[in-house]
Design a protein. Structure first.
Lengths: 119, 288
């Protein structure tokens, strides 16, 4: 299974979690079977608008099934839902810790948008 | 005499565009006021209009025929504004962030995209108690581009009247759209470093657009007016008026009362500003 975690920096499993989806600097794409992580730079982090939609497109194109982030805005939420990507929230820690918490079932699932769009 | 179209603008928000627009409109005969600050039109709080007419403003956004769509993704890759996304072979439209360029419809190889109307905002009209013919534009919440509302608002300009346009603050598209075909721009500022910094931007914009302009200093104070005066002197910009920083004016403002109604002597001041502008423009036309 592929899981995307919003990341602050590019430091493998030790990257810090970023609390916002659309404008997160990096996305850590974790392949849980292979126990591998790939960090992708978010080119839309500074877009004037539509960063959330662009981010949703990016992780959907990578075949991600689960997103772990802090907050997800309304447009991104719609896109992710339509892409059958489940969303879970975490506040801080590393990508490794986020994945472990998800696997233990201790992260709560997002069932409505909890972020506000930024300009 | 040819009627004039004057836009009141400012780089910085909260400097007094509405104060100037409303008080000036109330000081002049045969006048029309267009509130083009469509994200937060607030002239209404001073004119207390009873709106008698409403017109919706539309823009075009794409609609996808999912039956015809082959999920080729050309439209999604084309859209610079991320208004389209492809999720599980289905194209999703996010109309709020669409800029209505129409490109996706044109390049769709199977004609699965049609452009449909979306309500973007509304224009409202009122005859006010004060003999001001008043229109305001309102942009719907969540919409990103106010320009079509301002375009629609400007079509309401009555060429038999002098027109004052209250613009949005800043120096971006909505402000430019409001001022671009005006005869003159009044730049409202305040004597602070922030006021000066944004006045510079507004003045550069007016130079770029080649629109004659002058400055009104609001909340003027003897000790600090030099901040603006020095800049205007260096750049040969007329200072048309100073509105003093007075508790009474602030009080009236907070009660929604234009100060010319309580201090009629100020009507003359605003009339003088208008006459000065007309004079400047006549001279300009004469010299051309």
């Amino acid at each position: 299974m592929k899981i995307a975690v919003t990341a602050e920096n590019n430091n493998g499993f030790e990257s810090n979690v970023n609390p916002h989806f659309g404008r997160s600097p990096y996305f850590a794409i974790v392949d849980t079977e292979a126990d591998e992580v790939e960090l992708i730079k978010n080119e839309a982090a500074r877009a004037s608008g539509g960063a959330g939609v662009s981010a949703a497109q990016l992780i959907s194109d990578r075949g991600v099934e689960v997103l772990i982030s802090g907050s997800v805005g309304p447009k991104a939420y719609t896109a992710l839902t339509r892409g059958n990507i489940e969303m879970y929230t975490t506040k801080d820690g590393t990508v490794q810790q986020a994945i472990e918490a998800f696997q233990e079932g201790s992260l709560s699932q997002l069932t409505s948008p909890n972020g506000t769009p930024r300009k | 005499m040819k009627s004039l179209k004057i836009t009141v603008l400012s780089g910085k928000g909260g400097t007094g565009k509405t104060t100037v627009s409303v008080n000036m409109a109330l000081s002049l005969p045969n006048i029309q006021l267009l509130d083009a600050d469509v994200e937060e039109p607030n002239s209404q709080y001073f004119l207390h209009p009873n709106f008698d007419k409403e017109e919706q403003i539309f823009r075009k956004v794409p609609e996808i025929d999912q039956e015809t769509c082959t999920a080729c993704r050309k439209c999604v890759d084309f859209c610079e504004y991320n208004a389209l996304a492809m999720m599980l072979d289905e194209v999703l439209v996010f109309p709020e962030i669409c800029h209505s360029c129409g490109g996706c419809e044109k390049l769709c190889p199977v004609n699965a995209i049609t452009e449909v109307d979306r309500v973007l905002g509304v224009l409202k009209h009122a005859e006010t108690d004060y003999d001001v013919d008043f229109w305001q534009g309102e942009l719907n919440i969540g919409e990103e581009s106010s320009v079509p509302v301002i375009e629609g608002l400007k079509e309401k300009a009555d060429n038999q009247k002098d027109v004052i346009i209250d613009a949005q603050p800043g120096t971006t598209c909505p402000t430019i759209e409001a001022v671009v075909d005006s005869d003159y721009g009044i730049l409202v500022t305040e004597p602070t470093p922030f006021g000066l910094s944004d006045l510079k931007l507004a003045s550069e914009l007016m130079d770029e657009l080649q629109i004659p302009h002058g400055v009104i200093i609001n909340r003027a104070e003897e000790d600090s007016d030099y901040i603006i005066e020095n800049f205007c002197a260096e750049n040969n910009i007329d200072i048309l008026l100073k509105i003093p920083f007075k508790r009474e004016f602030a009080h009236l403002y907070s009660d929604g009362i234009p100060f010319v109604l309580e201090y009629p002597a100020w009507e003359k001041e605003f009339k003088a500003v208008f006459d000065k502008i007309r004079g400047v423009l006549n001279e300009k036309n004469y010299s051309n």
